[in-house]
Design a protein around this ligand. Sequence first.
Ligand code: SAM
Length: 220
Amino acid sequence: MGEMIEAKEWRHERERMVKGQIIARGVEDQRVVDAMLRVPRHVFVDKIYEHQAYNDYPLSVGHGQTISQPYIVAVMTELLQLKPGDTVLEIGTGSGYQAAILALMCKMVYTIERISALREQARERLEKLGFTNIAYMTGDGSLGWPQFAPYDGIIVTAGAPEVPNALIEQLAEKGRLVIPVGSEFFQTLNVVTKQRGRVFRKEIFECTFVPLLGKQGWKE
Ligand code: SAM
């Protein structure tokens, strides 16, 4: 777990966010709640959006990309059912906020972003906060990161046309893959599991993400 500095600023806003947007809507995993109380979300947005960082919506992070709404971050993380010793792959580093939440809850996070400027900015933020259990890559995350597979959890924070085969292959037996699947503008959040080689898929709710662009995503 990263030795993250204790963030005192905006603590009241963080508590309000967690109480009003996360717990009130049914997220029960105490480890998710604790992580969301700890990570200073305002650090992951541009200064001009700082005062909106704890509000109930996604925000722009530049390059046409977004930091997801706090509630969706909480739900996707809860769906992963992470244990402290787990290894997780994240596709779509974006601001780095989701990676921070994951890194507090598991052993190692591998995160891939296709836009190198975003990856670099996220890495700088996360290192400054003291995280040492995150590895970063610029590239096409629809192909996963085979070198460190299998992963106990895989989280895709962009909308895919279908579940990429590469990610199913890199998912550990009994691992969980959380991924929005659907059209370019409208998706359903899916949880994919693998047991004795068989793949199971459960739909959770409808959502809207920026598209997953890549070989096993949407064409660029
Ligand atoms: N998890 C991020 C956060 O906490 O800020 C939010 C991610 S944003 C909704 C989706 C990100 O996925 C964008 O930064 C986008 O560039 C990235 N992305 C889209 N297709 C990708 C791909 N094939 N591989 C890696 N990243 C991709």
